[in-house]
Design a protein around this ligand. Structure first.
Ligand code: NAD
Length: 410
């Protein structure tokens, strides 16, 4: 099985062949501009000293300041961060934001740390990184294991070195220069594009059954959006397992339960199944919204969904992708499907730079416009060139980054 880095490379290569990209340009676009690896040492609540490894990889800035999430997860390593940083470069280009791509993270189990420890960890990470971060350089945002609170600590620590600077990070709390609608943005974007995809096949959300793996930020807002739009969410899961109800889950109850209990564990309103069973359910749409590499050659033949909408980053290995193509399962790729988050992060950055605040209605309107326009572009490219949606999305993203590189000059 290919790891995240090899998978991203293979998807790039497929598009590069269609584009007839020169070897020199390929090398230029694949090589990250800067890789930072730091030791983050901090005192635990019990007085012990703990050390963690933190990363920030700045992949490409041809189209603007680099943008990408910060992940706190025990499996974070440099290969994964590099793969995710390159995905951000193509993603910001696919939705035509004036940004490049970056990614960062700390190899840590955030649930093992107290809130105070998480705060100290974040502040120490900023101490190590702040020189290479900034509104015109590289702007982090939340990802797995981080949230608005972590971004608030990040901003506060950054400002100790550089003065008032809310645009240095996005995904902040709305009380602290965050944008209305940022928290829901990725899930909402996934919902909007699920609807757009179904429409292309003369289907509607009201007649669709949906299974969602992952019930964190992206999974919960996706479930909320699709159920409000009339879709039948028949299964959801988190790290503790999955719940299933063929007649449709009561999404509001699940959201309340997960909020109160921190996970789906113990939810009694539906049958418990495993995460593997969820992936193989007979549904119209499967939405992986948790980890990368969950759809592999080991389980791709068991998938019975007609559509896969990649809310997570890198959920499908190239081997599984090949199986889905052969089986004519339509995959809406991550670099388009989950771009709602970075899009509203861009809106937040714009508001911070202008000291101006948009209302939720405007954010949602602009998000829908950006997501739909990008989807239509990718769809048209896929039809014109007879290529899968993933290759078309890479083609669009790589093409835009390549042109900016050539126009700017080396
Ligand atoms: P999160 O930490 O809020 O939630 C992750 C969820 O996945 C949790 O419910 C967790 O229990 C579940 N999970 C973890 N391991 C699992 C497993 N083995 N099986 C099933 N579920 C498991 O993270 P998030 O922000 O929702 O991010 C989810 C995915 O979406 C990631 O791949 C992330 O990179 C991607 N993404 C997030 C954003 C964003 O704005 N948050 C934007 C773009 C992409």
């Amino acid at each position: 099985m290919k790891n995240a880095f090899e998978a991203a490379g293979q998807y790039f290569e497929e598009a590069a062949i269609v584009m007839d990209l020169s070897p020199n340009m390929k090398k230029l676009l694949l090589t990250p501009e800067r890789e930072v690896k730091v030791q983050v040492a901090m005192k635990l609540d019990n007085g012990d000293i703990a050390t963690f490894v933190g990363y920030r990889i700045q992949h490409n800035s041809a189209r603007g300041p680099m943008k990408g999430g910060l992940r706190y997860h025990h499996e974070v390593d440099s290969d994964e961060v590099l793969a995710l940083a390159s995905l951000m470069t193509w993603k910001t280009a696919v939705v035509d934001l004036p940004y490049g791509g970056a990614k960062g993270g700390i190899s840590v189990r955030p649930k093992d740390l107290s809130a105070d420890e998480l705060e100290r960890l974040t502040r120490k990470f900023v101490d190590e990184l702040h020189d290479v971060i900034g509104p015109d350089k590289d702007i982090p945002a939340p990802d797995m294991g981080t949230n608005a609170q972590v971004m608030a600590w990040f901003m506060n620590q950054y400002e100790k070195f550089h003065g008032f600077n809310p645009a240095c990070v996005t995904g902040k709390p709305t009380e602290l220069y965050g944008a209305e609608g940022r928290e829901e943005a990725t899930g909402r974007g996934v919902g909007i594009l699920t609807q757009a995809l179904l429409k292309k096949f003369n289907r509607t959300m009201e007649t669709a059954t949906i299974a969602i793996q992952g019930f964190g930020n992206v999974g919960t807002f996706t479930a909320d959006y699709v159920s409000r739009a009339g879709g039948k969410v028949v299964a959801v899961s988190d790290v503790s397992g999955a719940v299933h109800c063929a007649d449709g889950l009561d999404v509001p109850s699940l959201l309340t339960y997960a909020k109160q209990n921190g996970s789906l564990k113990g939810f009694s309103g539906a049958a418990a199944i495993s995460n593997e069973e969820l992936l193989a359910l007979d549904v119209d749409v499967l939405i992986p919204a948790a980890l990368g590499g969950v759809l592999t050659d080991q389980n791709a033949n068991d998938v019975r969904a007609r559509f896969i909408v990649e809310a997570a980053n890198g959920p499908t290995t190239p081997e599984a992708d090949a199986i889905f193509r052969r089986r004519e399962i339509i995959v809406l790729p991550d670099i388009l499907a989950n771009a709602g988050g970075v899009t509203v992060s861009y809106f937040e950055w714009v508001q911070n730079q202008q000291y101006f605040r948009w209302d939720l209605e405007r954010v949602r309107e602009e998000l829908e416009k950006t997501m739909t326009r990008s989807f239509n572009k990718v769809w048209t490219l896929a039809e014109e060139k007879h290529i899968p949606l993933r290759t078309a999305a890479y083609l669009l993203g790589i093409g835009r980054v390549g042109r900016a590189t050539v126009l700017g000059g080396i």
